[in-house]
Each structure stands twice: as C-alpha cells, then as structure tokens.
Design a protein around this ligand. Structure first.
Ligand code: SF4
Ligand code: SF4
Length: 371
C-alpha cells in the first residue's frame, strides 16, 4: 500500500496520457458531475458533491477540496465501452449494386479514473454478456481490451445507493489496475493507493509516493466502513428470483404502471442495460446508405415489435419485464444479478419510481412464511 499526496494526482494523469491512453474522469458539466476527457486534475469537480434522492439530483459545494467527494455520476462507463450510437457500416451505390464500406475507426485506449466499485461490477457484468459469453460484440471487445481502471473507494454514499445490499461495494475488490481511497485530514489531502495488476504497480512506481503507515491504512478503512453504514437505500435480496417468479400477476404491476411514464430513463442510465436496435438510413439521392446501432430500451413499444404488433403493449408488462429481468431472469441467464445497486434508475426516474421500494412492496404483500 502506498501514499500519494493529492498534488501528485496530476502525475498519474500525465503518465497515462504519455502512455497513449485517452484519460476519462469526473468533470463538471450539464449541471452534474459527468465523465469526460481529463488532462488536468484542475478540471475535476474540486470541492463539489452531489445530493441524490428519488427523481432528484443537485450539485452542492463541500467545505473541502475533495476530488472524488460525490457518489455516482448520471453517466456510466458504458458511454465509452458501449457507445449509445454507433455506425456499423456505410454503403455507396456502384452502378446497379452497392459497395459496403466497413468502419475503420481508430479505437482509443481508455484509462478511466474514479471508477466506483458498483461500476466495476457493472463492467464485469457487461464483459460477461458482451465479450465472454457465447457471442462476442467486437465493438465492445476492441474498446474494453486495453482499458486501464483506476478505482476510487467511496467516501460518501449517495441517497439512492444500495451497493451493500447487492454485495458490490463500497470498496473495490477486483477488476482494477489501481485502487485509491481519498483521505482529507485537517490540512493534509492524500490517497491510499493499491495496485491490482502489474501494469498498475509499474505506473504507481512512477508516481511520487511513500509506504503507507498503519495509521494511514486504518484511516482509509474507516472511510469505507463509514460509507457502508450510510447507504441511502437497501434491498432484501433473499430468494429474490423466486419472489419475482411467484408474482407475475401481482396487482403491484398495475400500480406502478399508473406512475411509470415509459420514458426509458432508467435503462439509459443503468450501467448494465445493453439492449440496442439497428437502424438503416439512406440519403435522399439513394446513393448512400448507413447502418447504425443505437441504444434502445425494453420500455419502448417498438423494442418488442414483431410482425403483427408489440409483445409488450402495456406499461405494466414493460416495467415488469425490466425489473424481473434485472433481479431474477438475469440470474438464470448470466449467473449474477443484473443490478449492482448504483441507484441511478431511482435518481433519474422523473416520477421517482424506486426499484428498492417495488421489491419491498412485493415482499410485504406475501405471508411471512413465503418470503
Ligand atoms: S437497476 Fe438501477 S440500481 Fe440497479 S444497476 Fe441499474 S441503474 Fe443501478
Ligand atoms: S420507471 Fe421511471 S425512468 Fe423508468 S421508464 Fe418508468 S418513468 Fe421512466
């Protein structure tokens, strides 16, 4: 374990840039803390935090200069690894036929700074679905293969976080090259850093650091412990798959359908949702056509449209599909839950529908003996 004084964080960014990485990290933008290109630590949200609750997100000043003093961004890293809009190929008219031109986009080598433990779990879920299963998405694989991950253990839980219930945080335990805990004590601002890979250890060696003392290690442990005790939400996951399988026809689905706008926000912000559609477009001359892959959502009627109509025409059936997939059928399909407890779907739902409340409502409606 090493100690990096906060003034040396810039050195980490410089080393990664010099090694050819496109460095992405937290910045202020769009009235929120979002992920964007980072070449200076001065562009990070210095001294800012977020306040999150159902349907509500606010930026707020902290009374210190923390760089990672917020919980989770509305953005997740899928924005970079699984772009919401991607041109797959173009075709040009060539006499009476078309010539297909495949995309030859140069894929950057990404370095992500500030990845929370819940998001590491989300990346590992998308790895399983998009790269390590029966079928591989070559676009995801080419973006993911050289990613350098700097995890940051959470020093503050958001009002909608429930990673402790999902066993996905707040401390990063795998899937990182470097992991850091930010510590601010009176006038001192530093990071406890740990390498998770050989490459991470090599990069750590290049940054000015000292060996961590017992006291500094305990300070970092206390921060993570406090965070785990501050979760804004919690979810009882006991036999959760069976809970959903028993309740396909529960009246709660009608209740939630009256509130849900089918806006799809929850699926857009979710770091594990991966559904897409294919769109073919042509220009007015008919000389040029393109095929695009776009992020889609099980909340749209078009998503389940086949000949003759949509399989899930009602909002009730679409909400039930989403939450049942996240928390139950995902387990059968991929061996893990599809939810990592990041809370984004609760914060960014315009009518504050809360996945933890919906689970609790189903549970409470059953006799105690069946729960
Ligand atoms: S379902 Fe909601 S809480 Fe769970 S991972 Fe997705 S956005 Fe986060
Ligand atoms: S649950 Fe909320 S965010 Fe999701 S589709 Fe319904 S209204 Fe939109």
């Amino acid at each position: 374990m090493a100690i990096i004084e906060s003034v040396h964080l810039q050195k980490l960014i410089d080393i990664l840039c010099k090694k050819g990485y496109r460095v992405i990290g937290p910045t202020l933008g769009e009235g929120a803390i979002v992920y964007g290109e980072l070449n200076s630590s001065a562009n990070m949200p210095v001294g800012w935090t977020d306040e999150q609750d159902g349907g509500s997100y606010r930026l707020k000043k902290r009374n210190d200069n923390a760089l990672f003093g917020y919980s989770v961004s509305p953005h997740s890293w899928k924005k970079f690894l699984f772009p919401p809009s991607l041109r797959l190929w173009q075709a040009k008219r060539n006499g009476t036929s078309f010539q297909v031109v495949t995309e030859s986009e140069a894929i950057p080598k990404f370095a992500f700074i500030g990845v929370r433990s819940c998001d590491i779990h989300a990346i590992s879920i998308q790895d399983k679905v998009l790269m390590n299963g029966q079928y591989t998405d070559p676009h995801y694989k080419s973006r993911r293969k050289d990613t350098f991950i700097v995890a940051v253990n959470c020093g503050k839980a958001g009002g909608t976080c429930f990673c402790v219930s999902m066993n996905t945080g707040p401390k990063a335990t795998f899937g990182f090259d470097l992991a850091m805990t930010e510590i601010i004590e009176n006038e001192r601002h530093y990071f406890l850093a740990e390498a998770g890979t050989e490459l991470g250890a090599d990069i750590l060696d290049e940054i000015p650091h000292t060996k961590a003392s017992e006291k500094e290690r305990c300070a970092a442990d206390d921060i993570v412990k406090n965070t785990s005790e501050q979760m804004g939400r919690n979810m009882d996951t006991t036999n959760i798959k069976e809970l959903f399988y028993r309740n396909y026809e529960h009246p709660r689905w009608e209740d939630v359908a009256k509130r849900c706008l089918a806006c799809a926000n929850c699926t857009m912000v979710c770091p594990t949702c991966f559904c897409t559609s294919i769109e073919d477009v042509t220009d007015l001359t008919g000389e040029h056509a393109e095929r695009w892959r776009k992020l889609d959502s099980c909340f749209t009627t078009d998503f389940s449209y086949i000949h003759g109509g949509s399989i899930r025409p009602s909002i009730k059936s679409r909400y039930r599909q989403w939450i049942t997939h996240k928390l139950a059928t995902w387990i059968d399909q991929f061996g893990t839950s599809g939810c990592v407890g990041c809370g984004r779907c609760i914060t960014w739902c315009p009518v504050a529908i809360d996945i933890t409340e919906e689970v609790e409502a189903l549970r409470k409606s059953e006799p105690v003996s069946e729960r």
